[in-house]
Design a protein around this ligand. Structure first.
Ligand code: PRE
Length: 220
C-alpha cells in the first residue's frame, strides 16, 4: 500500500466504494482538505494554523474521540455484512432511485467518519513538524518518505490505539441480555478483533501516508 496505490473498499462488504484514492491526495487537496475548518484551525498560505494550545496530546485526544463515531458506524454497517444484491445495479434492492439514494447516502456517512480520521493526519503531522522542525526538515528536503515514516511512527501509540478500539468495540457493541441465555458468553454486534484489524491494517497506515504526503509539501 503506497501513496500511488491508495484504494480502499468499504470494510466488510463487496461494494466498490471509493473512500480514498491517491488522486484525492494531491497537494491541492492536502492543503484544502475538508477538515481544514476543524475546531478553530485556519489555513494560511496553505498551512494549517492551529489555535493556541494545540499539542500532540490534544490532536491525539481528537483522534480518540473520533474512534467513538467510527466504531458506532462500523457497528451499524455490520448489520448488513455483505448485502450483495444492494450493490448490483438494477437489482430489486437497488433499482429504485430511492433505494439507490439510501444506499449511497448511508455508505457515505460510514465512509465520511473514516475519511475524516485519515485526513486528520495533516493536523497530526503539522503539530509533529512544529515540535521538531530540525528533525523533519532534512528528510523533507531529501524527499525521503521512509525517513519521514520512521520519524512520525510510534509503535507503542499504535498498539495502544488498536487495543483501545478493540475494547470500545466490546463495550459499545455488546448485546444486552437479561441473563437467561444458556451460556453467559458476551455477544458482540461486530467482532472486536476485526475493528482492531481495520485500524491496524487500514486506518493507521492511511493516516500515516497522509502525514508523510503532507510533510513532503510542508516546505513548498
Ligand atoms: O498519534 C500519533 O502520533 C499519530 O501519528 C497517529 C497514529 C494513528 O494513526 O493513530 C499514526 C502514527 C503513529 O505511529 C501513531 C498513531
Amino acid at each position: 500500500m503506497d501513496s500511488q496505490n491508495l484504494r480502499v473498499g468499504y470494510f466488510g462488504n463487496e461494494s466498490q466504494g471509493r473512500l480514498l484514492h491517491s488522486q484525492d491526495m494531491d497537494s491541492q487537496n492536502l492543503r484544502r482538505g475538508f477538515c481544514c475548518s476543524h475546531r478553530g484551525w485556519t489555513i494560511s498560505g496553505g498551512i494549517p494554523v492551529s489555535p493556541t494550545g494545540f499539542t500532540l496530546g490534544t490532536v491525539r485526544d481528537s483522534l480518540e474521540r473520533q474512534e467513538d463515531t467510527i466504531i458506532f458506524s462500523l457497528i451499524e454497517r455490520a448489520r448488513f455484512p455483505l448485502n450483495r444484491p444492494a450493490y448490483v445495479a438494477g437489482s430489486a434492492v437497488s433499482s429504485s432511485s430511492l433505494g439507490e439514494f439510501v444506499i449511497r447516502e448511508t455508505e457515505a456517512v460510514y465512509a465520511k467518519s473514516l475519511s475524516r480520521r485519515i485526513h486528520y493526519g495533516r493536523f497530526v503531522a503539522e503539530v509533529k513538524y512544529r515540535d521538531a522542525p530540525q528533525d523533519y526538515e532534512p528528510a523533507i528536503r531529501a524527499k525521503d518518505r521512509n525517513a519521514l515514516m520512521k520519524l512520525l511512527t510510534s509503535e507503542s501509540v499504535e498498539e495502544m490505539v488498536k487495543r483501545r478500539v478493540m475494547k470500545k468495540a466490546m463495550v459499545f457493541g455488546q448485546n444486552v441480555t437479561l441473563g437467561d441465555d444458556k451460556d453467559n458468553r458476551p455477544r458482540y454486534k461486530i467482532d472486536p478483533l476485526v475493528v482492531s484489524r481495520i485500524y491496524g491494517e487500514w486506518v493507521i497506515p492511511l493516516t500515516k501516508i497522509v502525514e508523510v504526503e503532507y510533510l513532503l509539501r510542508r516546505l513548498d
